[in-house]
Ligand binder design. Sequence first.
Ligand code: AMP
Length: 256
Amino acid sequence: MSLKALVGVKRVIDYAVKVRVKADKTGVVTDGIKHSMNPFCEIALEEAIRMKEKNLVKDVIAVSCGPTQCLETLRTALAMGADRAIHVEISQDIYNKMQPLHVAKLLAKIAQIEKPDIILVGKQAIDDDANQTAQMIAGLLDWPQATFASKIEPDGDKRLKVKREVDSGLENISVSLPCVISADLRLNEPRYATLPNIMKAKKKNIDKKTLSDLGVDLKCDTIVMNKVEEPPTRKAGIKVETVQDLVAKLKEIGRI
Ligand code: AMP
């Protein structure tokens, strides 16, 4: 097989950062906060690179949609092993209002231009936790989808065998190409970019696309964000010594 893989990589607040809500409740604080590649996108990208190392894939293209800072995420993708990168530049104002459907429309449009055999994305972005983009890209392109992948293998010349993590266990499916796959946690452990590869990545090409180049309409009036709030703080619990005390307490507060 010598496939072309398109991988969606999203820049998000680093998973280790304690997220704080802005005082005016219009969103979360992002200024001066460490950002990184969404962990599930790292897994999706790692899988594409491993498929290249096994000669299943010949070209890995990383795509990130968002403001200029996404270039950092794309440089990381190139340093990990992507061959090329595409930045869909979107102003912060527009990006703040974007929904997964808009990203899906942009990635579907890039797919129509690049004609990949596989689109790999993370199963979800850890900032919006939406878990929608893969499914919507597949819907827009009318391609088969294999979401929550924990193993991907070739299945003949024009198909892939995918093990999916589903609520009841593992599901094995076979999808025809081209297809959309979303990466789950156990698919692989992503590599760290090495210093020489970080240096080499600086010379790799990042194409820039604008919304008007792609002709995608990002109009969104169906969802309006009213305000963002911290979750209520949980009250401290109490310790009881015996089961009898527990039952008495539960009765006292009307739980039994
Ligand atoms: P979501 O549906 O928002 O949970 O995101 C699922 C996946 O879609 C992410 O892990 C990425 O692979 C891809 N994705 C979402 N937003 C973007 C973006 N702005 N740029 C590139 N890929 C994205």
